[in-house]
Write a protein that binds this ligand. Structure first.
Ligand SMILES: N[C@@H](CCC(=O)N[C@@H](CS)C(=O)NCC(=O)O)C(=O)O
Length: 310
């Protein structure tokens, strides 16, 4: 089997969700450091349009969105599964709430004036301006990507208090072992806790702080770094493993081989276009031939994505 290649950057919370899971699974993997803002030509050669972070590559199979990435990692490392079967609906709903609504709270908290003033990455006004412009483009056409700080603060306090109460009774949100909700929650809190200007906000939450240490202790796994062009070479020299799979679910009137585009429903509406390879209730896979990367299969979760026939 080809190795896991994680396309990510250090400061990305959703990347930390995946890195922490790879640490929990004691995985050895390869990493490509991608740019924080567009353009990302090497990544685009693989995804065909999807621009968010992280993306996982296994040979010529490309996985977009941390939700499907975590699922695939758990399948590859089934020991200590983070998806207990008897909680599929509960955890699926809760993790999605954290990755969307609570992430929005997190972003508003992270970009508040007291935090920005101390952020070394934004010390250069040119860098700060380029970043803000890039994120404006990412949000273009999106109805509700931002949140007022006053709203974020109350929701932050509410959820941190709930977490504190629950983590007073068990080591993890999952009980004695972490589940997907631990990793989804952790990446949001990691983003804020790693920001010195916001550290004090955690002081009243001693059980949350102990849990953050526990999660951080999993580490990020054993990492080998490669360049974007090297990752493309690996895709070029590997055959796609995804196969045509038609489980007979015909929600959108789609058929195998249709030309389609797949894109997120929340923000970052850059579509990936190609031939529909499979469409289950959980996953969409499209095949595309890239002028640089060659034949690749791009996988998306259903949750949070839409598919349009072209
Ligand atoms: N639903 C996506 C969200 C990913 C996301 O929003 N990632 C942020 C970084 S943590 C992003 O893409 N920012 C813009 C960029 O990196 O270009 C997931 O779970 O992977």
């Amino acid at each position: 089997m080809s190795e896991i290649i994680l396309h990510q950057y250090q400061g990305s919370p959703f990347s930390e969700k995946v890195r922490a899971l790879l640490g929990y699974k004691n995985a050895s993997y390869t990493m490509v450091n991608i740019p924080v803002i567009m353009p990302k030509p090497d990544l685009m050669a693989l995804t065909g349009g999807y621009r968010k972070t992280p993306v996982m590559q296994i040979g010529a199979d490309i996985y977009c969105d941390s939700a499907i990435i975590c699922r695939v990692i758990d399948r590859l490392y089934p020991d200590k599964s983070i998806y207990p079967q008897n909680q599929e609906a509960t955890l699926g709903a809760a993790a999605h709430w954290v990755d969307t609504f609570f992430f929005k709270v997190t972003v508003a908290m992270a970009f508040q004036p007291k935090s920005l003033a101390q952020n070394k990455a934004f010390a250069d006004p040119k860098v700060a301006k380029a970043f803000m412009e890039d994120r404006r483009q990412l949000a273009k056409g999106s109805a509700d990507i931002g949140m007022d700080l006053s709203i974020a603060k109350t929701h932050w306090l509410m959820h941190l208090t709930r977490l504190e109460n629950q983590l007073a009774t068990a080591n993890y949100l999952g009980g004695q072992a972490p589940n997907i909700l631990d990793f989804s929650t952790y990446h949001c809190l990691w983003f804020l806790h790693s920001n010195e200007a916001l550290r004090d906000d955690f002081s009243p939450f001693i059980h949350v702080l102990a849990w953050i240490s526990r999660m951080a202790n999993f580490g990020n796994g054993t990492i080998k770094e490669i360049s974007g062009p090297k990752a493309i070479e690996i895709a070029q020299s590997t055959h796609v493993t995804a196969q045509e799979k038609w489980p007979g679910i015909d929600v959108e009137g789609l058929a195998y081989g249709d030309q389609v585009e797949v894109l997120p429903i929340d923000y970052g509406f850059q579509p990936t276009k190609g031939k529909l390879l499979s469409a289950s209730l959980e996953e969409l896979t499209i095949a595309r031939t890239d002028p640089v990367a060659g034949d690749v299969a791009v996988h998306f979760p259903r949750l949070g994505f839409r598919v349009n026939k072209l």
